[in-house]
Every structure is written in structure tokens, then in C-alpha cells.
Design a protein around this ligand. Structure first.
Ligand SMILES: Cc1cc2nc3c(=O)[nH]c(=O)nc-3n(C[C@H](O)[C@H](O)[C@H](O)COP(=O)(O)OP(=O)(O)OC[C@H]3O[C@@H](n4cnc5c(N)ncnc54)[C@H](O)[C@@H]3O)c2cc1C
Length: 295
């Protein structure tokens, strides 16, 4: 391994400048639970590492005046899990982040790192897609925002331009009667990569679903927003016919690969099964506003 320049940036400007100066050989360091493993295996060999954990904005969770939340890109899963208001408003997002790795990994791993690593199986991303999260990006030309589903562009690839980094993820305010949930299937009980992951967020009024979003992971080159599944839920009382239609839409959206964790047929079927289960949990939370549920 050749020499590596390590920069502990104290401001976003400093981080952007260091990334530009690295001329395409720079890597942002958040928790390092992907980056350091990849460097050790030789998959990554950055000339410069820009640590962003000294920058306040990327390390804070802020409740916004409109009732939404801004989660700093490098906030660890452990800190996210302990934020009671965030967990009450977005239990599905928090459970997705908290599924990443083990207790030790949770002490470091961030939602921003999970997103920027851009694995199609990243656990937090389907839940963030369902939540309608926006990604706040800072770069040489200032700040911009993209919907989270537009951020990954392929396995290990994303829409960040040279010098850009993710500052935070913004979650919108929650109307009353809203709930979300994330479920994944893994071959083991812990510490494995999702065969399928489904995030559902919905709002109920008098038992009728008035809004819904569905995020689907590990079944295509990027995490998907499944609009047809949401359409099948909206306007229904989440009856069996609506759930079947939404499940079929999820299965239809799948473009998975065969690998040792699951075949194409298996992943396609499981996507529909998890959609129904995650919808049931989200609906229960929407009516009771009680966080918790199956994993
Ligand atoms: C034992 C183990 C178990 C794991 N289990 C899971 C699991 O169950 N589910 C799962 O989804 N993942 C899992 N992972 C992968 C990893 O922990 C997660 O993807 C984690 O969220 C990465 O976050 P991080 O802060 O450690 O990112 P880092 O490793 O610091 O960064 C990851 C990548 O994103 C880039 N990056 C980070 N932050 C930014 C930013 N703000 N702006 C621009 N680029 C940035 C880095 O340059 C790097 O390329 C596991 C990893 C290990 C080692």
C-alpha cells in the first residue's frame, strides 16, 4: 500500500478542497466500516482520506421547524437509535439503520456511509426511499439536494461529482396517522447482506391509505422506488386485494441476480411477501403510533 494523506477536515469547505486536491484519488471517511474493509482487501486504494467527523453539521441530528429531521451523514447508527423523537416519528428508518452489522459496527457505521457505498443491498436505503428522504450534497459549486432514490446510479456508484460529499439526509414532517417499517430477508439471523429489503411508509385516514411510498433493495442494480406498489395501496383500506396488487408490483419491479444468497425466482417472490408484512407493520404503527415490531 502506498502512502496515504489523512485530512481531518474541520469544515465542509476544507473537506471539499481536500477532495478536489486529491484529484479523484480521495475518499471521504465516516465510520470506515466499508472503506477500511475495502482498503484492507485491496479493493480501494485512496491517495487521500478525508475524515468528516470533526464537522458539526455531519455529526448532528436536528429536528426541523416544520417537524422533519436532518440527520448528519456521519452520525452513527448507535446515536440514531438513541434519538427518541426520531425513532418515534420514523421507526422504520431507525430500525433499518440499526440492522446494519453488530453492536460494534453500530458504534461507527453511518446512514451517509451506507448510502455512499451504494450497495444495492444497503439496508438503510429502502427505508429512506420509502420515507421520501432528500440527500443534501455540498461541493465546489455549493449545495444541492437530490431525492434519495436518484442518488445511487449502479452497484458501488452514485451521482456525486468530483469534490462533492453528502452533508445530511432530510426526512419530511409526518402527518398524523403515519407509520413506516423496514424488513429484510437474510440467510442468517444477523450480520448478513439482504437477499431482499423492503421499506414502506404510509399514512392512514379513517382506515384508508391516503399516501404511501415503497422502497425495494437487493433486487436490482440500485434500490428502487416502486411507484406501482404505492399506487395499489393508496385509496385502499389495505385489504387483501390491494396488498396482492402491491406485492405483484414489487415482484414485477425486481431485476435481481442469481447468487449464493438467493435465486432470481426466490428474490422475486420474497419481495412481494416482505411488502405485505412491512405494510402490516407500518399500518399498525400508523394507527397506534407505537414504535417496535418484527425484524
Ligand atoms: C461486520 C459488518 C457488517 C455489516 N453489516 C451490514 C448490514 O447488515 N447492512 C448493511 O447495509 N451494511 C452492512 N455493512 C456495511 C457497512 O457497515 C455499512 O454500509 C455502513 O453504513 C457504512 O457506513 P460508514 O460510516 O462506516 O461508511 P464508510 O466506510 O466511512 O464509507 C463508506 C463509503 O461511502 C463514502 N462516504 C462515506 N460518507 C460519505 C459522505 N458523507 N459523503 C461522500 N461519501 C461518503 C466513503 O468514501 C466510502 O466509499 C457491514 C459492514 C461490516 C464490516
Amino acid at each position: 500500500m502506498s502512502d496515504i494523506r489523512y485530512v481531518a477536515a474541520e469544515s465542509l469547505d476544507e473537506a471539499v478542497k481536500a477532495m478536489l486536491a486529491a484529484g479523484g484519488q480521495g475518499k471521504i471517511l465516516a465510520g470506515g466500516t466499508d472503506l477500511l474493509v475495502q482498503m484492507r482487501s485491496g479493493a480501494q486504494n485512496p491517495g487521500t482520506i478525508v475524515d468528516v467527523k470533526k464537522i458539526d453539521e455531519v455529526m448532528q441530528i436536528v429536528e426541523l421547524p416544520d417537524g422533519g429531521f436532518r440527520i448528519g451523514a456521519a452520525v452513527s447508527g448507535a446515536v440514531i437509535g438513541e434519538h427518541r423523537k426520531l425513532a418515534a416519528a420514523w421507526p422504520g428508518v431507525v430500525e433499518a439503520v440499526n440492522l446494519i452489522g453488530s453492536k460494534q459496527v453500530q458504534g461507527r457505521a453511518s446512514a451517509g456511509g451506507n448510502l455512499c457505498n451504494s450497495s444495492p443491498a444497503a439496508d438503510s436505503v429502502p427505508a429512506l426511499v420509502a420515507a421520501g428522504a432528500k440527500v443534501v450534497i455540498q461541493g465546489p459549486n455549493g449545495r444541492r439536494e437530490v431525492p434519495v432514490e436518484a442518488f445511487p446510479t449502479g452497484p458501488g456508484r452514485n451521482c456525486l461529482a468530483p469534490g462533492e460529499l453528502v452533508v445530511s439526509l432530510t426526512l419530511p414532517p409526518r402527518p398524523p396517522g403515519s407509520g413506516d417499517a423496514y424488513l429484510r430477508l437474510i440467510p442468517r439471523t444477523e450480520m448478513d447482506i439482504a437477499v431482499v429489503g423492503v421499506g414502506v411508509s404510509l399514512t392512514l385516514k379513517d382506515g384508508v391509505c391516503t399516501a404511501a411510498r415503497v422502497g425495494l433493495g437487493a433486487v436490482a442494480p440500485t434500490v428502487l422506488l416502486v411507484e406501482d406498489a404505492a399506487k395499489a395501496l393508496i385509496g385502499s383500506k389495505l385489504d387483501d386485494a390491494a396488498l396482492e396488487k402491491a406485492a405483484a408490483a414489487c415482484s414485477a419491479a425486481c431485476k435481481p441476480i442469481n447468487d449464493k444468497r438467493g435465486t432470481i425466482a426466490y428474490r422475486t417472490k420474497i419481495a412481494g411477501v416482505l411488502l405485505k408484512r412491512a405494510t402490516a407493520i407500518a399500518a399498525r404503527r400508523a394507527t397506534s403510533n407505537v414504535p417496535g415490531g418484527m425484524h
